[in-house]
Unconditional design. Structure first.
Length: 141
């Protein structure tokens, strides 16, 4: 079954950093990856191919952003796993929930805002948890 992993949280809670870190951790752990549809600025959108599995990653989850376009691209490109961020409610959450109509099982992670000195450690821990979930899906670990 295809899966979507969505990281929801309020503005400035570290979602973009966390999703970017997921991307970096996957690239480091699976150096034989391939990349498609790469777009990076502050936010990233990329499709990684690891062990034959297509993983669509979008870090921009703000209302009025490109999330819906990226989700449509990931559907069109037949991604096995989609990783993205959203706000806590509203249009971005609805866009991710629509993935279930396309055969995706959606799993939600919640990004909590913590004190500034602890935020980086919190973001890294969340990224590692998301990578573990991806590995469970694509490798059956």
């Amino acid at each position: 079954m295809k899966s979507a992993i969505a990281l929801k949280g309020r503005a400035d809670s570290g979602k973009t950093y966390t999703i970017s870190k997921v991307y970096e951790l996957l690239k480091a752990k699976y150096p034989d990856f391939e990349e498609e549809d790469f777009k990076i600025s502050i936010d990233i959108r990329v499709i990684l191919v690891i062990n034959g599995f297509r993983i669509g990653i979008e870090s921009q989850g703000d209302p009025g952003g490109r999330l819906e376009n990226s989700l449509n691209l990931f559907l069109k490109k037949n991604c096995d796993v989609i990783v993205c961020s959203t706000r806590t409610k509203g249009k971005t959450v609805k866009a991710v929930n629509k993935l279930s109509k396309n055969g995706y099982k959606v799993k939600w992670f919640e990004q909590n805002y913590v004190k500034t000195s602890e935020q980086d450690a919190n973001n890294l821990a969340m990224a590692k948890g998301i990578v573990k979930e991806i590995e469970t899906i694509i490798l059956g670990k």
